[in-house]
Write a protein that binds this ligand. Sequence first.
Ligand SMILES: Nc1nc2c(ncn2[C@@H]2O[C@H](COP(=O)(O)OP(=O)(O)OP(=O)(O)O)[C@@H](OP(=O)(O)OP(=O)(O)O)[C@H]2O)c(=O)[nH]1
Length: 315
Amino acid sequence: MPVSNVSQPYAAITLGSNSFNMLVAQTVGHKPTVIAKYKRKVRLAEGIGDDGYLSEDVMLRGLDCLAMFASMLEQHHIASDNVAVFATATLRVINNADEFHRRALPILLHPIEVISGLREAELIYQGMVATTQGDGRRLVIDIGGASTEFIIGDGSKVLFKTSVPMGCVLFNQRFFNQYPLQNIDFEQAIEYVNVMMSEHLEQLLLLGWQAVLGASGAVQSVVSVLQHRQCSAIITQQTLLAFKAEILAQHDASLAGINGLDPEQAPTFAAGVAILIALFESLSINSLHLAGGALREGVLQLLADRIAAKQLDKE
Ligand SMILES: Nc1nc2c(ncn2[C@@H]2O[C@H](COP(=O)(O)OP(=O)(O)OP(=O)(O)O)[C@@H](OP(=O)(O)OP(=O)(O)O)[C@H]2O)c(=O)[nH]1
């Protein structure tokens, strides 16, 4: 590292199923410090057709965002080696992922690495550890647009991790696409979560935990509404059931009557609440706190470590 103890800038780009993000950071005294953030709610998972292909208009939405990231990389003078581009669930599953890569490369000028659900889970956990105080055994649940990761760890050691192909954008299309919503929509979504979780429950419950942390959009939107109403930011089953009742009382997809809900978060709010209700029930969770960070911070830490190791080699 230069004498100033500040590293060269680096950029972590994550292409999620709900949104694309880019964090630009520098390591200051061993810790990544974010100097700029760019994001767009691309909602990539929304474009997956029944045939498993990503639609042209949603692909263009994604490519357009990559063009914006490319110009920001140039503006911040980020060296090519200091960029990591990781994609998650949607690019893992679509049949025309090759086409996306082929069209993205000349725009972004960096290859996109599609990471496995398990690698994503590991990065989420490390991102949480780097940003969230606390100790003891912790369960981290990251409900994304198209996949949900579960990780149990102690300190920086991961004891169990898994990735389940269910998420808010997918649930929104499948169970919550006709307003006003009905109780049965929630019941069907909850039943689906239970089926998807059945093979993981035993191992999760056997390991157990002392605290539960939620990462990602679904948890963040519930917490923002609570904070807006000046309520405790700790999520309980009671809070979630009250939100379900509020959602059922709404007439249309804008959920405009839910005081404190950001319109950007409305499209995935019901799905997030339903997934959380199901998980609280099946895992007997009493309370859940928002994690300080997740995948994005995990990728930043990875880049910071990589750059520090390279620097050491040079010295
Ligand atoms: N720190 C951190 N927060 C995360 C991360 N992933 C999600 N979040 C939080 O969740 C919000 C919604 O993010 P999305 O990208 O839509 O996430 P997901 O729904 O998980 O879908 P995905 O499948 O990952 O695309 C974010 O708001 P904003 O993007 O407006 O960010 P900020 O709070 O900084 O304004 C963050 O608050 C992460 O890796 N790190």
